[in-house]
Design a protein around this ligand. Structure first.
Ligand code: MG
Length: 497
């Protein structure tokens, strides 16, 4: 847990906080188990367990002992800079938690579970009206949430700040304004039909075989399997139980490339969590700084590395041995398959070029509904119109349109822009890395990722939440978030300029 010698003046505070950390990580473990192993009928008892753990951890955070101990140390003039940082973060966590009344939190939790069930049914039946009343309530509860949290200009800012501290809707508008036109123009320039024989490759593979290759790749790129593991789940995710117990999941489905890209994506999240300086263990500085930064890491390994020639030169023969039908697909063709840009209705299946426009659609709709500019019942129409305008296609159904994502049903309104922050930041970081690492192209060509991994540890991973997201972008890149590197990379890749 925490290193008592490093923070002599915070011993009592961190000792109390330790229980909160342990309970929160137990919740993560139970959630991981629910998604990986738990039998279907275990759900009711699991909800009870989760509810009790939530209550206990909330009680510790809000309790008098932690508050008193924090008040005492706050006035201590001898705190070291690191101790001051910990006190600052802890104070922030507690004051944020205090803004939300327990009764409201409970109301939101209940709504989330009902709305999620309604969304599930609406999606499978392709009937938006079954979800609409819950979504209406969800937007209303998020408006109230924003009022509790507080904001200056737009209630969206309070919601977004929970995921990307310091980012506002004005920042989002600016970011999307910069990328929207170049991206839609590039999409219009894409060939209408893909060259013959170029499409996704589907096939049946042996799961154990595929996972064995995944583990080899994970060790090669820097994920420590002694401090983590890999399993399968329907929706891949990364769960950090503790810095020495980081669990990745992937899925082995018929779309072959998808299992490799999921594994690399989650490994990016996992390597970040495994490599935060140990001195922050058990303190509120532990963990990745924001969802956008986290996603920049997952997208780096998924897109920059996982779609590169060097990577597949090294690993493609192993993929072929798991999928015998790939014997007929030469490496060069596989590389083209993994770098296709083609508008699709489904966000999670979209390529790098079109992905951010899917996010833009969600952002514009969220903000319009929150601010009463459009009604929930009009979402399907607005969605399809935007799809047509930005991506040139209209989803076949709401199931493939506005019902596709889980986020709104679980109250995650204001979350989507962090995906675009990650996509854009990933290339900005890559640019800096290219300047810093001599002969980086040689390393990329030979799939030797050690120098890259060490650069990321040194410049990003180790800091945890020490800096604010905007400060860390400045520290790493020497400028604010700038989408020009992403746009340049997309042009080079898809328009060959
Ligand atoms: Mg992710």
């Amino acid at each position: 847990m925490y290193n008592a010698d490093m923070y002599p003046r915070l011993q009592e505070t961190l000792e109390l906080y330790k229980d909160y950390v342990a309970l929160s990580s137990t919740k993560s473990l139970l959630d991981w188990d629910q998604q990986v192993y738990m039998p279907v009928q275990g759900v009711e008892f699991r909800s009870l367990q989760m509810g009790v753990l939530s209550r206990l951890s909330h009680d510790i955070l809000m309790g008098e002992p932690l508050q008193k101990s924090l008040d005492l140390v706050k006035n201590n003039a001898d705190l070291s800079p690191d101790e001051m940082k910990i006190v600052h973060h802890l104070t922030k966590i507690i004051s944020k938690a205090k803004k939300i009344p327990a009764s409201f939190q409970e109301k939101k939790t209940v709504l989330c579970s009902r709305a999620h069930a309604a969304w599930d049914e609406a999606r499978s039946k392709n009937e938006f009206h079954l979800f609409a009343p819950y979504l209406e309530e969800m937007f209303q509860i998020c408006r109230e949430d924003a009022d509790y949290l507080g904001y200056t200009d737009n209630c969206y800012d309070a919601l977004l700040d929970q995921y990307e501290e310091g980012m506002t809707s004005a920042d989002c508008y600016k970011l999307f304004e910069t990328i929207k036109k170049p991206l839609t123009e590039m999409i219009h320039l894409l060939p209408k039909d893909l060259p013959e024989g170029i499409d996704r490759v589907y096939g049946k593979g042996n799961t154990q075989d595929v996972l064995k290759t995944h583990k080899e790749i994970l060790e090669d790129i820097g994920f420590d399997l002694k401090k983590g593991r890999l399993d399968t789940a329907t929706h891949p995710f990364c769960s950090d139980i503790s810095p020495s117990d980081v669990r990745l999941t992937t899925r082995v489905i018929d779309y072959i490339y998808s299992s490799y890209s999921s594994m690399l994506h989650e490994a990016g999240h996992g390597m970040y969590e495994q490599n935060i300086d140990e001195k922050w263990n058990g303190t509120p500085i532990a963990g990745g700084v924001s969802l956008g930064f986290h996603e920049s890491q997952s997208r780096f390994w998924e897109n920059v590395i996982g779609r590169s020639a060097g990577f597949w030169k090294k690993y493609y023969s192993k993929v072929q041995s798991s999928y015998p039908m790939l014997e007929a697909v030469p490496l060069e063709k596989w590389l083209r398959y993994t770098n296709i840009a083609k508008p699709t209705s489904i966000r999670v299946e979209s390529d790098e070029l079109t992905y951010n426009l899917h996010v833009l659609i969600r952002f514009e709709i969220e903000i319009a509904v929150l601010n009463h500019e459009i009604k929930v019942k009009d979402i399907p129409g607005a969605w399809n119109e935007k799809m047509k305008n930005y991506l040139g296609i209209v989803p076949k159904s709401d199931r493939e349109g506005c019902l596709q994502d889980v986020h709104w049903s679980v109250g995650s309104i204001g979350y989507f822009p962090t995906y675009t922050v990650g996509n854009v930041l990933c290339y900005q970081i890559f640019e800096k890395m290219k300047n810093d690492i001599d002969h980086i192209q040689d390393y990329l060509d030979s799939a030797n990722y050690r120098p890259i991994f060490h650069w990321l540890c040194k410049n990003i991973y180790q800091f945890g939440k020490y800096y604010k997201p905007k400060e860390l972008i400045q520290k790493v890149c020497g400028e604010d978030l700038n989408p020009k590197y992403f746009l340049k990379a997309m042009e080079q890749k898809y328009l060959n300029v």
